[in-house]
Design a protein around this ligand. Structure first.
Ligand SMILES: C[S@@+](CC[C@H](N)C(=O)[O-])C[C@H]1O[C@@H](n2cnc3c(N)ncnc32)[C@H](O)[C@@H]1O
Length: 280
C-alpha cells in the first residue's frame, strides 16, 4: 500500500500536466470519482505524511460555535465531509462566466470575450476545509498549479494556513476569490471582505456562497448584528468595489421548511458572483 501511494504521488504532478490534452480532469465531475481522489489524498497526507496542521495565530475575530467549540475544533470535526457540494453550487455558475476581465484591459481582438480565462485564472478558495472544492475547481477546467486554498486547518500542499482577516498574499494576486460558507465564521466580516478585495485583481471575480436556513437565517454574523442571508447584505459589505454582478441566487420566497431537530441540513444556498473595481 505504501509503495502504491508513493508511486501515485511521485508521478502525479508531471504526468497530469502532460495528460492535459485528454481533459481527464472532467472525470472529476463525477461525484464518486472526485470523492475517491479527495479521500485517498486526505488519507495519504494525514496518515502517511502526518501533515495535518492548524493555524495558531490571533483568533479574536473568530466566532465561538453554539456548541462551545472554537472555529478550528468545530471544523476539525467536519473534516470527514469531502464532497464539497456547497462549493460546487458556486463553482458551476462560475465555470460558465467567460467575460470576467474588464473590457479595457483586454486586447482589442478578443475584447469582451476571453475564452481561455479558466485555464489561466489564478484562484483562491478561502476556507475549503478539505481538497474537495479545489478538485471541483479542477473538474471545471481550473488548473491545479493556479489554485490555492487558505484555511485555519490544512493537510494539503494546496491549502495555505492563514486567517482570512490578514491573508498571506500580496495585493492583486488572484483573478478569482471564492468564499463558500466562510464569512459566517467572522466577527469582523467587513475586514474579511476588504482583504478579499485587496488580494483580488481589479476586474477579477469574487464568489460568495452561503447555506442558509430560511426560518432562522442561520448565516448570522456576530459583530454585524444582523443576518447575512440576503444578497444585498453581501453586496453592502463589498461597497464601493462591486462592479458587474454575473450571478445572483437569492433564496426563493416559498421554501420547504427544514426540520433541524430531525437532523435535516440546511439545503438552501445563497450565491453571488461579481467583478470588482478598484480605484486607480
Ligand atoms: C463550513 S467550512 C466551509 C467548507 C467549504 N468551503 C464548504 O462550503 O462546504 C468553513 C471553513 O472556513 C474555515 N475558516 C473559518 N474561519 C476562517 C478564517 N478566519 N480564516 C480562514 N479560514 C477560516 C474553517 O476552518 C473551515 O474550513
Amino acid at each position: 500500500m505504501r509503495l502504491i501511494d508513493h508511486l501515485i504521488m511521485s508521478i502525479s504532478a508531471k504526468m497530469w500536466a502532460k495528460m492535459e490534452w485528454t481533459r481527464w480532469y472532467t472525470l472529476l465531475r463525477v461525484d464518486y470519482f472526485r470523492e475517491l481522489v479527495v479521500a485517498w489524498r486526505k488519507r495519504y497526507f494525514i496518515e502517511r505524511q502526518n501533515a495535518l496542521r492548524v493555524w495558531d495565530g490571533d483568533n479574536r475575530r473568530m466566532t465561538i460555535m453554539k456548541s462551545g467549540l472554537s472555529t478550528i475544533e468545530h471544523n476539525l470535526e467536519g473534516l470527514h465531509d469531502i464532497r464539497g457540494i456547497r462549493g460546487l453550487r458556486i463553482i458551476r455558475p462560475l465555470s460558465v462566466i467567460e467575460t470576467y476581465r474588464p473590457l479595457s484591459i483586454m486586447p482589442a481582438a478578443s475584447r469582451g470575450y476571453d475564452q481561455d480565462y479558466i485555464s489561466t485564472a489564478m484562484v483562491l478558495d478561502i476556507g475549503p476545509r478539505t481538497e474537495g472544492e479545489l478538485f471541483s475547481l479542477m473538474a471545471y477546467g481550473f488548473r491545479m498549479p493556479n489554485i490555492r486554498g487558505l484555511d485555519l486547518i490544512s493537510y494539503s500542499p494546496m491549502i495555505d494556513l492563514g486567517d482570512m482577516h490578514a491573508m498571506p498574499y500580496q495585493d492583486d494576486t488572484f483573478d478569482i476569490v471564492i468564499a463558500s460558507c466562510v464569512l459566517v465564521y467572522s466577527t469582523d466580516p467587513k475586514k474579511a471582505c476588504d482583504e478579499m478585495v485587496r488580494v483580488t485583481k481589479s476586474g477579477g471575480l469574487i464568489c460568495i456562497s452561503q447555506d442558509t436556513i430560511p426560518e432562522t437565517g442561520i448565516a448570522a454574523v456576530g459583530a454585524l448584528g444582523k443576518q447575512l442571508s440576503k444578497i444585498d447584505d453581501y453586496l453592502e459589505l463589498f461597497t464601493p468595489h462591486v462592479d458587474r454582478i454575473f450571478f445572483s441566487h437569492e433564496l426563493p420566497d416559498r421554501l420547504k421548511p427544514i426540520n433541524l431537530d430531525a437532523g435535516e441540513g440546511s439545503n438552501y444556498t445563497t450565491g453571488l458572483i461579481f467583478s470588482i473595481k478598484k480605484a486607480g
